[in-house]
Design a protein around this ligand. Structure first.
Ligand code: SAM
Ligand code: SF4
Length: 438
């Protein structure tokens, strides 16, 4: 196999994978490779997700598609499928490189090995962090991701993350602050701090004080040029009062909270090893709403966890009614090999899961439409991120993470004042506020 000159990175799954994909791209570009489309690239990196069976299957169908027409690009499988399946994926799909989420800083070495016809597998979880071995951030968009925390020690019984991403670790204070400064210098106006349990982040500041995520957010709020801060995903048990207060006190912290609950029944939550109850979760949201009344709430749900009865599922619907989420993600339970839930009794029939998911999604869509309708008539800042399809149209995000379409002569990267005038199922229409000349 020859040494590749061009590359393409395709990321599946969560925002942490999007971030890792960007960092892998920067690493390959720093080594002199040029970006290309997947159909032409000499090296294709599939940055995979293992969270549900469907996500895993996508990788195998993508590998087949890349080889259509007799093309033989060098294929690297990165991410959580690489970590979980290791050499098995090289054997099953004949890929050239397998690299786990904690080892991708070694990608250039693995590419050289694969080009020399050697085995190129690295799924180590080294003690030293990969971040120090990555090149500095290059140009980024108006809104950028920054991973501050990785891994998970919560061991929810359905979830592969603690096995594929390893133990919970926080990146050091100075590393995060330096990367945030680099992102602002590279053009970011908004930074979303990422972690599997981002609100479990902990570090020691320049003065030697231990800080939680709220302390980090307050420090980033002081960075000149950074207009907006977001964070995701949070765990209910790590939702400190300091972080809740930050939603009232820190102007650049956007009024949006993604706080997965998974189910509304205490028995199911216990079987999931969620370590919060329905009530403790609802009490957290009450405190958050006191701190920031206009906050947009988001969540994750799993339907059809083993043993979930009709009555228990109704408790999930009742919780949704009680919260009125601005948006949410919902999934059918997918057994993951090696997790405790995969061997639990009481599998829910596929048709029952389908019906529950449909009912849940109908309730979530209803609440999303109501939330969106409730923002019509509000004036807010929109961070313009990309052009729309129509002439002069731009698309950006409201403080509540809604996509807003508007016609404006402002530039991408601008924060512009907008009146929200209409709501569609997935996006809002805005009218640019024309400022009277002084
Ligand atoms: N750490 C976050 C948390 O605790 O909510 C998110 C982890 S995971 C990447 C994102 C979502 O995938 C979870 O919140 C859960 O709803 C869903 N998920 C995880 N494992 C699943 C499984 N085996 N079947 C279906 N959905 C799953
Ligand atoms: Fe998975 Fe639970 Fe950890 Fe979230 S908290 S990553 S769902 S084990």
């Amino acid at each position: 196999m020859t040494t590749p000159k061009t590359f393409h990175v395709k990321s599946f799954g969560c925002q942490m994978n999007v971030y890792d994909g960007e960092r892998m791209g920067e690493l390959l570009a720093a080594g002199g490779l040029a970006v290309a489309d997947a159909a032409d690239a000499d090296l294709v990196v599939l940055n995979t997700c293992h969270i549900r069976e469907k996500a895993t299957e996508k990788v195998y169908s993508d590998i087949g598609r890349l080889r259509k027409g007799g093309r033989e690009p060098m294929i690297a499988v990165a991410g959580c499928v690489a970590q979980a399946e290791g050499p098995e994926i090289a054997r099953r799909a004949g890929v050239d490189i397998v690299v786990g989420p904690q080892a991708y800083h070694n990608l250039p070495t693995l590419v050289a090995k694969a080009a020399a016809g050697e085995s190129a597998l690295d799924t180590d979880m080294p003690a030293a962090s990969k971040f120090g071995a990555l090149p500095a951030r290059r140009r980024v968009g108006a809104s950028a991701f920054l991973t501050v925390q990785e891994g998970c020690d919560k061991f929810c019984t359905y979830c592969v993350v603690p096995y594929t991403r390893g133990a919970e670790i926080s990146r050091p204070w100075s590393a995060v602050v330096d990367e945030a400064k680099a992102l602002v210098d590279a053009g970011a106006k908004e930074i979303t701090l990422l972690g599997q349990n981002v609100n479990a982040w902990e570090g020691v500041d320049e003065a030697g004080r231990t800080q939680g995520l709220d302390g980090l957010i307050r420090a980033l709020d002081r960075l000149p040029g950074l207009a907006r801060i977001r964070y995701t995903t949070s765990h209910p048990n790590d939702m400190t009062q300091g972080l809740i207060d930050a939603h009232r006190e820190v102007e650049s912290l956007m009024p949006f909270l993604h706080l997965p609950v998974q189910a509304g029944s205490d028995r199911v939550l216990k079987a999931m090893n969620r370590s919060h109850s329905r009530d403790s979760y609802l009490r957290i949201l009450d405190r958050v709403r006191v701190s920031r009344p206009d906050i947009a709430l988001s969540g994750d749900f799993i339907v059809g966890f083993p043993g979930e009865s009709d009555a228990e599922f109704e408790e999930t619907l009742a919780l949704v009614d009680a919260v009125a989420y601005a948006q949410a993600y919902s999934f059918k339970y997918s057994p993951r090999p090696g997790t405790p839930a995969a061997t639990m009794e009481g599998a829910v029939l596929p048709e029952v899961m389908d019906e529950r998911l449909q009912r849940l999604q109908a309730a979530l869509n209803r609440d999303q439409a109501a939330f969106n309708a409730g923002t019509i008539g509000r004036r807010c800042d929109v961070l313009l991120e990309r052009p729309g399809k129509l002439p002069g149209q731009l698309i950006g995000k409201s403080p509540w993470l809604q996509s807003v379409h508007l016609v404006s002569d402002a530039a991408i990267g601008d924060l512009t004042s907008v009146d929200i005038v209409a709501a569609g199922p997935n996006s809002m229409t805005g009218a640019a506020v024309i400022r009277a000349a002084a």
